[in-house]
Design a protein around this ligand. Structure first.
Ligand SMILES: [Zn+2]
Length: 407
């Protein structure tokens, strides 16, 4: 059968299973897996494993070592056979809720609302059900679907993808990866990398009348910032060739002073001042080089006699898969077959788990129901019709990317 001839039977089965899929998504929303700090992870893992088992899909729970207080684990599940593996990758942690009632899911006006509805518990439900329905219908695949379900996405992947990557368990035999982040109707084929630092400049306190006895941490911090502004002026002339909306957002970024603190009072020489810097580099720029440039400026300041400490708040690689890559074309054609039009490809403004795969040369994309603008806010919700639509998209993508070998 052609890919397209599966669309009808798959859509019919998804309609039959829609209530069960949404009930599962609601159960996941009810488990407040807030991160930070990483609450209720084991409970959520249990619920995911229970659903996988009920659907006849195996599940391997991979605990992350080193998190005794708040245990972390990932779930891997495979359907099909042979080495070629298409990964559906998702995360079960959510950003903290603005109000506790966000963990009571609501369905109204054709939407599912609650913390994690868009980012990405409905996404987890759809990728699991897309796989289960292919299995139920006995659709032959020339390879495997790998479900990779992780914690800690919202805080850099430490106890999730980073650990799986180090353990050699991430993206084994992958032909591609797709993750159902709320992409607002576009495909994210790239993301910026990040090096986020907190720089603390130290001085020596003294009363204003005896300021000659002190060392002014604020004035020293200004020197550090001035040096960084020279780097900023240089890097921000660079633009990515990946598409981003609006185009003015295509420049490489060095944000200075997102958070600033220091001093004690107007009449005291400040003995400490701290500021954050957030270097977001484009996929065309090299992580080690760009990170090195920032640290070089700070090291020069140190050599000039400024006492400073640097704390790394976050680091992440960039990623990019060109939109003319064969897998990108297959994804675009699959989406067009479901929605009626080809999606736009854009670079995601934030970090994406795509990066763990892309750095191994695996084509990686984010595409899923929901809008980024709503995802982390108090009104998070997702259109149910979009969840159902993307369940079909994921199932059809598997058929297209894992064709049965011709006999
Ligand atoms: Zn997410």
């Amino acid at each position: 059968m052609e890919t397209s001839s599966y669309a009808g039977p798959l859509a019919a089965r998804i309609a039959e299973r829609q209530e069960a899929m949404l009930a599962f998504a609601r159960d996941l929303i009810r488990i407040p897996t807030e991160n930070p700090p990483g609450n209720h992870y084991p409970e959520c893992v249990d619920r995911i494993v229970q659903e996988l088992s009920a659907l006849g899909l195996g599940a391997e729970v991979v605990p992350t070592p080193g998190f005794a207080d708040r245990p972390r684990a990932s779930v891997l599940s495979f359907h099909g056979s042979g080495p070629r593996t298409l990964y559906f990758h998702g995360h079960y942690d959510v950003v903290p809720a603005q109000a506790p009632d966000l963990f009571e899911p609501r369905m109204q006006g054709g939407r599912l609302a609650g913390r994690g509805s868009a980012d990405m518990k409905a996404g987890l439900a759809l990728m699991i059900y897309a796989t289960a329905i292919l299995k139920e219908l006995g659709v032959p695949l020339g390879g495997r679907i790998g479900l990779c379900i992780v914690p800690d996405e919202e805080t850099g992947g430490q106890g999730g993808s980073r650990w799986l990557d180090e353990a050699g368990l991430l993206g084994r035999d992958a032909v591609a990866m797709v993750t159902p982040e709320p992409t607002s109707g576009v495909v994210w084929n790239a993301n910026r990398g990040a090096v986020t630092l907190r720089v603390s400049v130290k001085g020596k306190p003294a009363h204003v009348g005896l300021q000659h006895q002190g060392v002014n941490a604020f004035e020293r911090m200004v020197q550090v910032v001035t040096a960084l502004q020279r780097l900023k002026a240089e890097v921000e002339t660079r633009r990515t060739s990946y598409r981003i909306d609006p185009p003015a957002a295509a420049h490489s970024i060095l944000l200075l002073g997102g958070r600033v603190e220091g001093g004690t009072n107007f009449n005291v020489v400040p003995d400490h001042c701290a500021f954050t810097l957030d270097r977001r580099f484009n996929p065309e720029e090299d992580f080690a080089v760009e990170r090195g440039r920032v640290f070089e400026v700070l090291e020069d300041c140190r050599r000039a006699g400024i006492d400073l400490e640097v704390e790394t708040l976050q680091e992440g690689w960039s990623a990019g898969t060109p939109e003319d890559h064969p897998v990108a074309r297959a994804l675009a054609a699959t989406i067009a077959s479901v929605t009626g039009s080809e999606p736009a490809f854009e670079m995601c403004p934030g970090l994406l788990e795509n990066r763990w795969y892309a750095r191994r040369g695996i084509p990686a994309f984010a595409y899923g129901p929901g809008f980024l603008a709503l995802a982390h806010g108090p009104h998070e919700s997702v259109r149910i019709a979009d969840v159902v639509r993307d369940t079909l998209t994921y199932a059809l993508l598997a058929i297209r990317l894992l064709p049965e070998p011709t006999r």
